[in-house]
Design a binder for this molecule. Structure first.
Ligand code: FCB
Length: 452
């Protein structure tokens, strides 16, 4: 279905991960706690009481993980930095040992010809900030986030050329502050809107700081999750609910960041949170857009605080272990629309699926479902490119099976299997598929946006 020659030689292939989901070593070498350490320690928050305390132990095994990526011919690796590992209190005195870890990781990647793509925030807010009421619901977090960005720019900017501010700001604000099912477990519409606006402002401030502190030529972007919001039925109420869900989950964080203005629904909801000059402060020209996409979503009208509810896909839909619908054409359409609407080079920074496939008697992991999913979704990338979308790379979610937030270790998203007892890594059939496709890459591009 898809073959090497279908993709341009300089197409960027790679994988994405997130600090809390893989690093482990939660209390080593001076790391401060994050809201996810506290949340996962609370009974009933995460399935089976799983925590990220040990996760994939990537903190100690990063060399092995980089070697796996090299063998897969990957040109880029998007990882996130644990804010509380480098600033245990979220501000103040940096933790040298924490910074050293990211130094080692970046150096190891570069030694292996893999471009490090650094994401500043993948959901693990320092607990100290949350407890001091300086989390995302407080506007005062804006300069603290910019200072954190500056610290990393100064430390790693000589080697890291590709930067992203937030991973899925739409998701963590809704899940963590609106719906209360992710850390820090707040369920309040007003807190959600506060968090959205402050995250947007913090994005703008961080981009300005990165531009000031990074060498010229740095490639700065952000990573929204964009997914069609479809009405659950053809009634007027459900169509209105889908429009609201589209604002809440897609436009609310992407439009201000990439276009410089809130969409009309979100602007009304924001009310006087948006001060004169805020939209201009959020909008700071970027070099690339990282698109995370898994499936379409379905909205039903509901008399709750949001006016909508996210419901299951239609009866009979093909779904994965997460209950997410498999719909490659929705991916194609999202790529085309995103490229057109926001006008930036698009890199797919997350896409993939969960299963629970274990090694067979011969030690092979035949994740045939994922192989088929990836082929179909990569086919959608090709269709989107043929329709004019400027899609320049594909980073699979994820390199390793890992801690899937409130779902714990049940759903396996990796192209490499992790045995959580022995921590042994076993490449799956899907890994070999990607390694083969990535094998055609011209290495001199180095996997950096903008240098293609
Ligand atoms: C995304 C997250 C990522 C992972 C995947 C499955 O929303 O960014 O950390 O959990 O979903």
């Amino acid at each position: 279905m898809v073959s090497r020659s279908d993709f341009p030689k300089d197409f960027v292939w790679g994988a994405s991960t997130a600090s809390y989901q893989i690093e482990g070593a939660f209390n080593e070498d001076g790391r401060g706690l994050s809201i996810w350490d506290a949340f996962s320690a609370e009974p009933g928050r995460v399935k089976n009481g799983d925590t990220g305390n040990a996760a994939c132990d990537h903190y100690h095994r990063h060399k092995e993980d980089v070697a796996l990526m090299k063998r897969a011919n990957f040109g880029a690796y998007r990882f996130s930095v644990s804010w509380s590992r480098v600033l245990p209190e979220g501000r103040g005195t940096p933790n040298e040992a924490g910074l050293d870890f990211y130094d080692r990781l970046v150096d190891e990647l570069l030694r292996n010809g893999i471009a490090p793509w650094l994401c500043l925030y993948h959901w693990d807010l320092p607990l100290a900030l949350h407890e001091a009421r300086l989390g995302w619901t407080n506007r005062e977090i804006e300069p603290l986030f910019a200072d954190y960005a500056g610290l990393l720019a100064k430390r790693l900017g000589d080697r890291v050329k590709t930067w992203a501010t937030f991973n899925e700001p739409n998701m963590f604000t809704m899940l963590g502050y609106g719906a209360g099912v992710h850390a820090p477990g707040i369920r309040d519409r007003e807190a959600w809107l506060d968090a959205v606006h402050h995250v947007n402002l913090a994005h703008g401030a961080a981009v300005r700081r990165l531009r000031a502190d990074l060498p010229a030529g740095a490639q700065i972007g952000s990573v929204p999750n964009l997914q069609p919001a479809r009405p659950a039925s053809d009634t007027g109420d459900d169509r209105a609910a889908a429009a609201m869900m589209d604002s809440a989950m897609n436009r609310g964080t992407a439009d201000p960041v990439f276009l410089g203005r809130y969409d009309p629904i979100m602007r009304e909801w924001m009310g006087d949170r948006v001060k004169p000059g805020d939209e201009a402060a959020i909008y700071t020209p970027l070099d690339w857009l990282g698109l995370n996409h898994y499936s379409p979503t379905y909205a039903q009208a509901r008399a709750n605080a949001f006016g909508f509810r996210n419901v299951d896909p239609p009866e009979g839909s093909e779904t994965t272990l997460m209950g997410w619908q498999v719909a490659p054409e929705a991916f194609r359409d999202t790529l085309v629309e995103t490229s057109k609407r926001y006008g930036l080079p698009v890199y797919v920074t997350e896409n993939g699926m969960a299963d629970d496939v274990e090694p067979d008697g011969a030690g092979r992991v035949e994740d045939v479902g994922r192989v088929s999913y990836l082929k179909r979704y990569l086919g959608a990338v090709l269709e989107a490119r043929a329709a004019g979308a400027d899609v320049r790379g594909y980073l699979v979610w994820s390199l390793l099976d890992n801690f899937e937030w409130a779902m714990g270790y049940g759903p396996r998203f990796g192209v490499v299997h992790v045995d959580y007892k022995t921590l042994e890594r076993t490449p799956k059939a899907s890994y070999h598929l990607l390694a083969d496709l990535a094998g055609a890459v011209r290495r001199h591009g180095g996997g950096q946006p903008g240098t293609l």
